[in-house]
Design a protein around this ligand. Structure first.
Ligand SMILES: CC(C)(COP(=O)(O)OP(=O)(O)OC[C@H]1O[C@@H](n2cnc3c(N)ncnc32)[C@H](O)[C@@H]1OP(=O)(O)O)[C@@H](O)C(=O)NCCC(=O)NCCS
Length: 140
């Protein structure tokens, strides 16, 4: 059966976290707890999606924006459900939601070593910003 897409809710967290843990190229950390993902979903309603197959979660895309720029995190599709257009459909739902909110550019983070992930994003028209460097600061 072809996977169905629906909006992500906090009730999906356990299954989503399980998918992220078994997916190559995913970086997981303190921001991925139920509490933190819940905060993200509340701050960004109607933008994050899951794919389900026979009632089982097989894909995710966390999406939000800061008023100016959009972000997509944790795009993952379970191995058995790849190659069916699920990844593209999840990204398109995210982009459509951002556009409806007046956001005109979306960023993604992908590990430089994740060549397959990189190739996927480039196939969808995302381009590497080689002139930029991502820097982080740990608070607390
Ligand atoms: C990347 C990923 C989400 C793709 O999911 P998917 O459901 O298999 O992708 P789709 O079937 O929707 O493919 C959409 C298009 O991308 C292409 N594509 C898929 N994987 C690709 C890859 N690794 N490189 C280049 N193109 C790719 C498909 O051929 C398809 O092309 P078309 O729509 O023009 O015919 C999935 O492989 C995955 O979860 N990978 C591990 C996690 C990851 O790397 N996530 C992204 C980085 S954070």
């Amino acid at each position: 059966m072809r996977p169905l897409l629906r909006l992500m809710t906090l009730a999906d967290h356990a299954a989503a976290h399980g998918l992220w843990r078994r997916t190559e190229g995913m970086g997981l950390g303190a921001a991925d707890t139920e509490e933190q993902v819940g905060r993200f979903l509340v701050r960004n309603p109607g933008l994050s999606w899951v794919a389900e197959r026979d009632g089982v979660l097989v894909g995710t895309a966390l999406c939000g924006h800061d008023g100016r720029r959009g972000f997509i995190y944790h795009l993952a599709v379970d191995r058995e459900s790849r190659g069916l257009g699920v990844g593209r459909a999840l990204v398109e739902r995210c982009v459509t939601g951002l556009e409806a909110g007046g956001v005109t550019r979306v960023h993604i983070l992908v590990f430089a070593a994740n060549e397959a992930g990189r190739a996927f994003w480039e196939h969808l028209g995302f381009y590497a910003r080689t002139e930029l460097l991502l820097c982080s600061f740990n608070i607390g």
